[in-house]
Design a protein around this ligand. Structure first.
Ligand code: SF4
Length: 483
């Protein structure tokens, strides 16, 4: 029997990713050749994040700047705080001390995880990684990235990278024994819905107590995106996986209801990149609704211009998480989003006419995208306020979720463009480094490696320096955006 530890990467474990932890826990527990240990980093990250947020409120209480408002009040700042906590001094040590096995399996979502993987390898662990990071990049690219951040190449022999998806039948024991990079190509996704062994569940009550927020049980039915063209999106949605195809629909519904009960929640988030109302999906949603389940989906502006689509939302959905990203024609075209401001307005008018105001609206947008001028930035935010006003007027429960642009080394927004270039000047940076630098100035520990998230600065249409959105918009506008 082999002893292994399974964990989510501490650098990206802010969200409770029930799909990964549930299936992998079940797989390992069912395999009699494996003795699994589970490392619950989520709980400690969350309790620290809570403390960081309280400290930010204290330290910045007299600061009325837009960036202080963002750091104090935005819902999405907690993700930033969780990354800072994961990279804080001694944190990787603490996690590593709690790992009692030589072999460690880690689910990684993005390049933030690489320093932790390096740390484990440098502490004599044999590491198996999987997850979105591995599905997004070539094996060689991930290995080279680890060397780029200083890993001794000889330690790469202690790493294997696994692409694809784990289900209950996946032979993880064989993958570990073979010890070579591999891609899981055969799956029986009908098995993933029967999993009950998520180790995270054991701590949900504690989690609930200090977060005082509802828990959304999160699933993915279909991971493809019909659009698949946004330049900041590193997931190749063309490699479509339909996770519900091979399970009998009533069986799926029963399993979902059982799991929701186990997680003590009546909230289901279907995390498909672009949820579509197929007859099968409608049947599932209807049954869930009959059982008192509230459902949230992700969607986009283009779909929200369709009357029939909005009717389906009225019938089945309680919350929409809408990837707006920007209201600037230039920024939208720069990231190849497939619509412009007129499209946004069209969708809002359609929603005002057709959508029930019982549906909660959560708009996600990205701060510090490429822009042509200060005026264009101001216009973008005025338009966002307009979006909010138009929907609030119709009594929608509305919120924005601002996120900062993270320029991971690998995404298509590269320094070669006219509008965004790498920066070595901390006074000029935009995006997430603007926030990191601000927090550092206020005494927060920031150890995020610059070769993982690249500091960048913006240039306007004349090639002159363009400051961050935080320095262009007013605090009143920022308050509208984060509240
Ligand atoms: S619409 Fe969403 S999922 Fe699809 S490519 Fe764009 S960002 Fe990615």
């Amino acid at each position: 029997m082999i002893e292994v530890t399974y964990m989510l990467s501490p650098t990206t474990s802010y969200i409770i990713h029930t799909a990964a932890s549930n299936v992998i826990s079940e797989n390992l527990i069912q395999d009699k050749r494996i003795n699994p240990h589970f490392n619950n980093v989520i709980l400690s990250i969350h309790s620290y994040v809570d403390k960081i947020r309280k400290r930010a409120l204290e330290v910045m209480k007299d600061d009325e700047s837009p960036i202080a408002t963002f750091c104090k009040y935005s819902a999405s700042i907690e993700r930033t705080y969780s990354v800072l906590q994961a990279y804080s001094k001694g944190y990787f040590d603490m996690i590593c001390r709690n790992i009692k096995t030589d072999i460690v399996l880690v689910t990684c979502w993005n390049s933030f995880s690489l320093p932790f993987i390096k740390f484990l390898l440098e502490h004599n662990k044999k590491v198996v990684i999987g997850g979105v990071l591995c599905n997004s990049y070539e094996f060689s690219h991930i290995r080279e990235s680890l060397i780029d951040i200083g890993l001794n190449p000889s330690l790469l022999d202690n790493l294997i990278i696994v692409k694809g998806y784990v289900d209950v039948t996946t032979d993880l024991y064989k993958i570990i024994m073979d010890w070579k990079d591999t891609e899981i190509k055969e799956n029986d996704f009908s098995t993933i819905w029967h999993c009950r062994s998520d180790y995270i569940k054991d701590n949900l009550n504690i989690f609930r107590a200090f977060k005082q927020r509802p828990i959304w049980y999160t699933v993915v039915f279909d991971n493809s995106c019909w659009y698949n063209k946004c330049t900041f999106c590193n997931i190749d949605h063309a490699k479509r996986k339909n996770f519900i195809k091979n399970i009998e629909v009533d069986e799926l519904i029963n399993e979902l209801l059982l799991n929701l009960k186990e997680y003590q929640t009546d909230l289901l988030f279907i995390n498909d990149p672009y949820f579509i109302f197929t007859p099968r999906n409608k049947y599932i949603l209807n049954k869930l609704k009959e059982n008192g389940i509230k459902t949230a989906i992700q969607t986009g502006i283009n779909l929200l211009r369709n009357k029939k689509y909005l009717k389906n939302i009225n019938n089945y959905i309680d919350e929409l998480r809408i990837g707006l990203e920007s209201c600037s024609d230039f920024a939208l075209s720069y990231i190849n989003k497939g619509y412009d401001w007129n499209g946004v307005i069209e969708s809002i008018n359609m929603m005002r006419d057709e959508l029930s105001s019982d549906v909660m609206l959560r708009y996600l947008y990205i701060m510090d995208l490429a822009e042509t001028s200060k005026d264009s930035v101001l216009q973008n935010y005025n338009r966002m306020v307009q979006v909010k006003e138009m929907l609030v007027e119709k009594r929608f429960d509305f919120a924005f979720f601002p996120r900062n642009l993270h320029m991971f080394k690998d995404i298509d927004i590269q320094e070669t463009t006219k509008y965004i270039k790498l920066s070595e000047n901390s006074d000029r940076v935009s995006g997430i480094w603007k926030v990191y630098n601000y927090l550092e100035k206020h005494g927060f520990e920031v150890n995020v490696p610059e070769d993982i998230v690249l500091p960048y600065e913006r240039c306007d249409e004349y090639g002159d320096f363009l400051p961050s959105d935080y320095e262009i918009i007013s605090n009143d506008v920022m308050k509208e955006i984060v509240n």
